[in-house]
Ligand binder design. Structure first.
Ligand SMILES: [Zn+2]
Ligand SMILES: [Zn+2]
Length: 587
């Protein structure tokens, strides 16, 4: 490696002073322009240690850390306090955002470790053109890969210059990073990248005025709060996750862990929840991940663009901003279960297992990760949902949940039978019963229904892993909607054979519907199915003899009631049912 010792370093009589939070390269560009020299020439004047002296000058560890020689040169040439000089180097994040333990000032190749493992851009910077309208200072934090939006202007930062297609401040050549030494001063308002690699002639530098570039507004409060917190962490502030105090470094570790989680486990629904400006980029990320057939491009690498960073913020914010452990558990559990289901399905080890987890996060993830259990029957190993038990299960899984999550995993199965089977599967999932029959019994299902439903169920399940994943997700949906004690409701309504005719008459007033004996029974059936999530044929109102009416006639009458009467009486019937349940102390 060729290292050029600087010539004699002299104290500069006058120069532009660095601003608080400014990047080293930014200050050098501004100060050189002010003196009318090229930034590379100025770097020599400052006495920086050089890797190469040619048209392009490369100071050693430029903008990352000061070598002893560079520090000494700067002290002599500028007289600036050490804290100001250090404050312009990325190494000042070494106590907070970045882990620079792999950095060895004796070997420049050690930069590669930092570059690949830490969320930082060593050779380029993002920027906010609106900030650059009022000056030419480029803050150091714009070099972080977690730099997504400008908190002052609520817009996405820009990654590269649209005129030359090169990342901002990457340098005079597309590939050679360095400072221009032989040419004159470089106007800091301009892009200044050199887009051609030819060295025969000197093609011009990109003359794009950065402050003229358009920006994309993004005023998402989640992204904004996350960006602000990241900047607090950058300052080394004490942070908190789930209500526990953590260091800035631990906070960033949590962010990186959750980022890997949402990157690997997100799907279309997450894309839909993102702010509109972030969707297409995230959708193409997911498409790339799918095409790779694995969990995607390196899970730990930093967000490649400001848009990626904003998407990471948006998706991790509900977890990162949880104010206490309970809320955090609610936000994190669905992700953990998805990850576990993914592992079960693909028979792989935890793809996030190698990612650092600070103590509060580690204990949360351990608590939420289900233990693998062997489940007898057609089920494979199945992650168990916590905090939900048998009494919270309906006897018939809601139609929408069945359609969304389970129907596609079943061979030719009638929807009602499938929904009954799904309810028994949920019982098996929640109770850990060894057999289907035991699960149906634990659920309190009638013996004849149980036998019909569970006989040969294994042959109907087309995709066992998918089926159980669907069951797990269905249980999460029940939790998310707020648990209902269906068992208590079933008990409270077990004798509801009819809504008293006089009550129904009151409800029917001014509706044009006549209150009849048959309708008072169907009203009871409707209340029972709505309230307990059960099969109407098993309701008390439907059971027993309906004088002179066949099962088919009953079904037809029920169908007519639902078509013609129920839409009109839905509200008064619901209110009547709520009063009845309340009288039994059930909700
Ligand atoms: Zn700005
Ligand atoms: Zn450019």
């Amino acid at each position: 490696m060729e290292i050029t010792a600087s010539a004699v370093v002299r104290r500069l009589p006058f120069f532009v002073k660095p601003q608080a939070g400014e990047a080293f390269a930014s200050w050098i560009t501004r100060a050189a322009f002010d003196l009318g020299v090229g930034p590379g020439q100025f770097a020599h004047v400052l006495g920086l240690e050089m890797r190469r002296a040619s048209e392009v000058t490369r100071p050693a560890f430029f903008g990352v850390i000061l070598t002893d020689q560079s520090r000494q040169g700067l002290r002599l040439s500028t007289g600036l306090p050490e804290s100001v000089l250090e404050g312009m180097q990325l190494a000042c994040y070494g106590d907070s955002l970045l882990d620079l333990s792999g950095l060895d000032v004796a070997t420049e190749t050690s930069l590669r470790t930092v570059w690949t493992s830490q969320w930082v851009q060593l050779y380029a910077s993002r920027c906010c053109p609106l900030c650059l309208r009022s000056g030419t200072v480029w803050p150091l934090w714009w070099r972080l890969e977690a730099a997504a939006i400008c908190p002052v202007h609520s817009c996405l930062l820009l990654d590269e210059c649209p005129s030359c297609g090169i990342r901002f401040r990457r340098g005079n050549y597309g590939l050679h990073r360095g400072l221009l030494a032989r040419r004159g001063a470089m106007d800091p308002r301009l892009c200044g990248n050199r887009s051609h690699r030819s060295t025969e002639s000197l093609p011009g530098l990109c003359e794009q005025v950065i402050a003229d570039l358009p920006v994309t507004a993004l005023s998402d409060t989640h992204v904004l709060s996350m960006q602000e917190r990241l900047l607090q962490a950058a300052d080394g502030s004490r942070m908190s996750v789930f209500g526990e105090r953590v260091s800035a470094r631990e906070w960033v570790s949590c962010l990186r862990y959750f980022a890997a989680m949402v990157r690997s486990m997100s799907g279309e629904s997450e894309t839909g929840r993102l702010p509109a400006a972030l969707r297409s980029r995230f959708a193409s990320y997911l498409a790339r991940r799918e095409s790779m057939g694995r969990l995607g491009p390196k899970l730990q690498s930093g967000p490649a663009t400001s848009t990626d960073a904003a998407a990471v913020f948006a998706l991790t914010a509900p977890m990162m901003l949880s104010s206490d452990l309970e809320q955090a558990a609610k936000e994190v559990e669905p992700w953990v279960l998805r990850l576990v289901a993914h592992r079960v399905k693909n028979k792989i080890r935890d793809p996030l297992g190698h990612i650092d987890r600070p103590a509060p996060l580690d204990s949360l993830i351990r608590r939420l990760t289900p233990q693998y259990r062997r489940v007898i029957g057609p089920a494979t190993a199945l992650p168990r949902t916590t905090g939900i038990s048998l009494q919270h299960l309906p006897h018939l899984l809601a139609e929408r949940d069945y359609d969304d999550l389970i129907s596609r995993h079943m061979h030719r199965t009638h929807a009602v039978t499938g929904r009954l089977m799904a309810a028994v599967a949920l019982a098996k999932h929640v109770s850990g019963s060894d057999t289907w029959a035991a699960a149906a019994e634990a659920l309190g299902m009638e013996r004849d229904v149980a036998e019909r439903v569970t006989g040969g169920i294994g042959n109907r399940i087309a995709d066992s892993a998918g089926f159980w994943q669907g069951v797990g997700e269905a249980s999460l949906r029940l939790k998310e909607r707020g648990l209902v004690d269906y068992a208590a409701r079933r008990a409270a309504l077990s004798t509801l054979r009819r809504v008293p005719l006089e009550d129904l008459t009151v409800m029917c007033r001014q509706t044009g519907i006549r209150a009849t004996d048959q309708r008072s029974r169907y009203a009871a059936v409707w209340i029972w199915t709505e309230t307990t999530g059960g099969d109407h044929r098993k309701s008390p109102g439907f059971a027993g003899a309906w004088h002179g009416v066949s099962q088919g006639g009953n079904d037809l009458g029920w169908w007519k009631f639902r078509q013609n009467v129920q839409p009109i009486l839905r509200e008064p019937l619901s209110a009547w049912a709520a009063r009845l349940l309340a009288a039994s102390g059930v909700h």
